[in-house]
Design a protein around this ligand. Structure first.
Ligand code: NDP
Length: 394
């Protein structure tokens, strides 16, 4: 048995540690990324913490032929893609050519348009089906665990789900004036985009950060939360039958929003090329170079995250409301795998998705989103692997 992980950033560090902690299931672990030295740094920590040796390789995941050669050499049961969303299609193509199962944590984005859509990945469905391989899309926390929470609520708590609010609160403090807790380019593109939610069969667009609502997060308290578009809304609208409304909220401090507005006003969030001293640069990529590396927030971030789904609907003819959620402590993550909670809450579900594929508990021919699979084995693993959850019946 072998497994191949691509990407050695903040999330990649967590996935590699967690794969090693479950080495009996995964067998030989290979970590490949653009910069091999980053893989080697992670491998060193994995060896120290778990006693497990992982192999390191360098690969350009935009190059399908290079990926095919690597996959043919390693022969993994599954490829875990925790590089950037820009690499989703090339890695999916390489998996198709080598007939290897695929998993990722974020949907494809074209570098020139900050647009989150499953269209191009869902287009692989028929070809994956024909060759009999399985692709699991969005096996992080949101998307990922939030989709599984919805499927679990549908299976065990409701006859009909009418509304879902996905709530993402990070009450962590890293002490920097401004930093993003995952890849800055991807994060700022997402947050500065127009908001969107779905109600009564249609999408409603908002200006960025136009809708604010205060939510009360268990173990954290009340926080200003802003409506964003988030990719899991697209698949949940399709897969949760009878849904009337679905929205996504994320907490931001005034400090974060002030910095972001200022950066936007001066053009630093632009994703198109500009001429600078005779060279072409993309402002948001230059900003990424200046901002703290998200992996470096580990250790200095204190506080907790609370991410969950507030779900309303009908059970046995009566109205019902639940909040199903996980609370994760930044410092506890650091102690366990030297990461902060955002990377941890993404990396653990990526490993769990891969574990269920390798064990044959989640399978299928084609391309699937998380809520299309049986939620029970995934929910069990969350409790075992470090992301315990609770259900509040309200
Ligand atoms: P980082 O920027 O920290 O890491 C990205 C990694 O991918 C780096 O190791 C980078 O290599 C590598 N990479 C980039 N381009 C290539 C390439 N062409 N070939 C090979 N490797 C490449 O990002 P994060 O770890 O913060 O995020 C990883 C993924 O997780 C992203 O897709 C992000 O959107 C997703 N995510 C999902 C969440 C969820 O809940 N579903 C939440 C948070 C993140 P190099 O070091 O050379 O740059």
């Amino acid at each position: 048995m072998a497994v191949l992980q691509i990407g050695a950033g903040g999330v990649g560090g967590v996935v590699a540690h967690k794969l090693a902690m479950n080495a009996k299931t995964f067998g030989e672990i290979t970590l490949a990324s653009r910069t091999k030295s980053k893989c080697e740094e992670i491998a060193k920590s994995v060896l120290q913490k778990t006693g497990i040796e992982i192999r390191c390789e360098s690969v350009d995941a935009d190059d399908v032929d290079a990926l095919v050669a690597l996959i043919e050499r390693i022969k993994p049961k599954v490829v875990i893609n925790v590089a950037l969303p820009y690499q989703d299609l090339s890695i999916m193509e390489a998996c198709l050519r080598t007939k290897t199962h695929y998993l990722d944590t974020a949907n494809y984005e074209h570098p020139d348009t900050a647009k989150f859509e499953y269209k191009e990945q869902w287009a692989f469905h028929e070809r994956y089906k024909e060759v009999g391989i399985f692709a699991l899309l969005g096996s992080g926390f949101d998307p990922g665990v939030t989709n599984v929470f919805c499927a679990y609520a549908q299976k065990h708590y409701f006859d009909e789900i009418h509304s879902i609010d996905i709530l993402d609160c990070n009450a962590g403090d890293h002490g920097y004036p401004f930093a993003t807790n995952f890849n800055p380019e991807i994060n700022l593109r997402e947050v500065s985009s127009r908001g969107r939610y779905w109600e009564n069969g249609k999408w409603i667009e908002t200006a960025p950060m136009e809708i604010m609502q205060v939510w009360d997060y268990p173990e954290i308290g009340e926080k200003d939360s802003y409506l964003l578009y988030h990719e899991e809304l697209e698949s949940l609208v399709k897969n949760i039958k009878g849904l009337k409304r679905i929205r996504f909220f994320m907490t931001f401090s005034q400090n974060y929003l002030n910095h972001m507005r200022c950066l936007e006003n001066v053009g630093m969030l632009r994703i198109d090329e500009v001429e600078h001293n005779g060279e072409k640069i993309i402002p948001i990529q230059f900003l990424k170079t200046l901002l703290p590396d998200p992996a470096s927030l580990a250790g200095r971030t204190v506080g907790k995250t609370n991410i969950g789904c507030y779900i309303q609907g009908i059970k046995d003819g009566k109205a019902k409301t639940i909040y199903i959620y996980n609370v994760c402590d930044h410092q506890e993550c650091f102690k366990e795998v030297s990461s902060q909670a955002i990377s941890y809450t993404t990396g653990v579900p990526a490993m769990i998705g891969a574990k269920l594929i390798v064990e044959g508990k989640w399978s299928g021919n084609g391309v699937f989103n998380m809520e299309e699979l049986d939620p029970d084995p995934f929910m069990e693993e969350l409790n075992i692997q470090g992301l315990p959850w609770k259900v509040l019946e309200l």
